[in-house]
Write a protein that binds this ligand. Structure first.
Ligand SMILES: Nc1nc2c(c(=O)[nH]1)N[C@H]1C(S)=C(S)[C@@H](COP(=O)(O)O)O[C@H]1N2
Ligand SMILES: [Mo]
Length: 327
C-alpha cells in the first residue's frame, strides 16, 4: 500500500497541520484578534448583482449551453446564490482562507490538456476543447457537502466520468484512479501557513474504478450556465456528490489508472481525519466534530446559515449504496 508510514517533511506536528477546519478557525481567530469582528460578513458579495464591478467573483467565464438532466432537476433544497458560491471556496493552492477567488485568477486555463494514462487500452492526452466536443454537455443540480459541515446546491455543467472511462477502456488490472490537480509553485503558491513547502503537492484524489463508473460521478467544466470561474477549479474538476467535497479535485491535469489505492492529499496530511473513502455519513463523526448536521451557505456569517440534517450519501443512496457495505 502506498500509505506513508515513515516521517515526511509535510508531516508536521498536529498543532501546525491538521485540517481544513483548523485553517479556517485560525483565520477567524486572527480576524477576531485584530478586532475586525466581521469574519464571515466581510465577503464582498451581498449586493453584488451588477456583474461588472471589481468585487464580482464570477470573472473570466463564457457561456455554455447544455441540457438539464431531468434526474437531477430537483435537489430538494434551494440553489445557492452564485456570488456566495464563487466567493466561499476551498482551494489550498491559493491559500487557506475561503476568500481566494482573486488569487485564483492567476491560473492560466487556456491552453489546457488532460493526460489519461496508466492501465488503459487507449491512453491519450486531450485538449480541453477536444473533451468539450467529444462528450455532450449536460447540466446537473447537485447537493454538495464539505467535510467541514457546510453545504451548497449548485448547477454543474459537464459530462459523466463514465463516458471517458468507456473511451480509454481501463484494463482488468486497473482498480483505482488517481486524479492530479494543476501545480506550479509560481502560480499555485499555497498557503503561507502552514508553509506550502511542507504540504504534499500536487493535490491528488482517488476513486475506485467502480466509483468512477457510477452514474453520479461527473466532470464539471461549468457552473451556473457558464464555464467554471477559476476558484471553482477551472477548467475541469471532479464532482462526486455522495462524498465529502475534498474528494473532488479541481483543475485536473492528469487521470491515471492504477492497481493500488493511491496516496491522496488530505489522507496523506491526516489519514485519521480524511479517509480515502470519505462518503457523506451523518452517523460517522469527524474526530473533531459531528457530521449529523450541515449549514447551507447563505448571506451573513456561517453562524447565521440554515442548519439542516446531513443525509446518508448526501441523499444519493439510490445511486451508490450498492457500492458499499456499512456495518
Ligand atoms: N486542487 C484542489 N481541489 C480541491 C480543493 C483544493 O484545495 N485543491 N479543495 C477541496 C475541498 S475541501 C472542497 S470543499 C471543494 C470546494 O469546492 P468549491 O470551492 O468550488 O466550492 O473543492 C475540493 N477540491
Ligand atoms: Mo471541503
Amino acid at each position: 500500500m502506498p500509505f506513508i508510514h515513515s516521517p515526511k517533511p509535510w508531516q508536521l506536528p498536529e498543532r501546525l497541520v491538521t485540517s481544513e477546519s483548523t485553517f479556517f478557525n485560525r483565520r477567524q481567530f486572527i480576524k477576531g484578534l485584530v478586532g475586525a469582528g466581521i469574519a464571515g460578513a466581510a465577503l464582498p458579495l451581498v449586493g453584488c448583482q451588477s456583474g461588472q464591478n471589481a468585487d464580482n467573483p464570477v470573472v473570466g467565464v463564457r457561456n455554455l449551453a447544455a441540457m438539464l438532466n431531468e434526474q437531477f432537476r430537483d435537489p430538494g433544497r434551494p440553489l445557492t446564490n452564485e456570488m456566495l458560491a464563487a466567493s466561499y471556496n476551498n482551494f489550498y493552492e491559493y491559500g487557506n482562507s475561503k476568500h481566494i477567488w482573486r488569487d485564483a485568477q492567476a491560473l492560466q486555463t487556456d491552453p489546457w490538456q488532460v493526460e489519461v494514462s496508466g492501465l488503459v487500452k487507449n491512453p491519450r492526452t486531450y485538449d480541453l476543447d477536444d473533451l468539450l466536443k467529444r462528450f455532450p454537455l449536460e447540466e446537473r443540480i447537485y447537493r454538495f457537502r464539505c467535510v467541514e459541515a457546510w453545504a451548497m446546491v449548485v448547477p454543474w455543467l459537464g459530462f459523466p466520468m463514465r463516458l471517458l472511462l468507456e473511451e480509454v477502456e481501463p484494463t482488468s488490472a486497473a482498480r483505482f484512479v488517481r486524479f492530479t490537480s494543476y501545480y506550479d509553485p509560481q502560480i499555485t503558491k499555497g498557503p503561507t501557513f502552514p508553509p506550502s513547502q511542507f504540504l504534499p503537492w500536487p493535490y491528488t484524489e482517488g476513486l475506485r474504478v467502480e466509483e468512477m463508473a457510477n452514474d453520479l460521478a461527473f466532470f464539471a467544466v461549468g457552473i451556473y450556465g457558464h464555464t467554471l470561474p477559476r476558484q471553482h477549479g477551472a477548467p475541469l474538476r471532479m464532482v462526486v456528490p455522495w462524498k465529502y467535497g475534498f474528494k473532488g479535485a479541481k483543475s485536473v491535469v492528469k487521470i491515471e489508472f492504477i492497481d493500488t489505492q493511491p496516496a491522496t492529499y488530505w489522507n496523506t496530511i491526516n489519514s485519521n481525519e480524511y479517509k480515502f473513502e470519505s462518503n457523506v455519513e451523518p452517523d460517522v463523526p469527524h474526530p473533531r466534530w459531528s457530521q449529523a448536521k450541515e449549514r447551507l451557505i447563505g448571506p451573513g456569517n456561517k453562524f447565521d446559515w440554515e442548519e439542516v440534517p446531513t443525509l446518508l450519501y448526501n441523499g444519493y443512496g439510490d445511486y451508490v449504496a450498492q457500492l458499499y457495505q456499512r456495518s
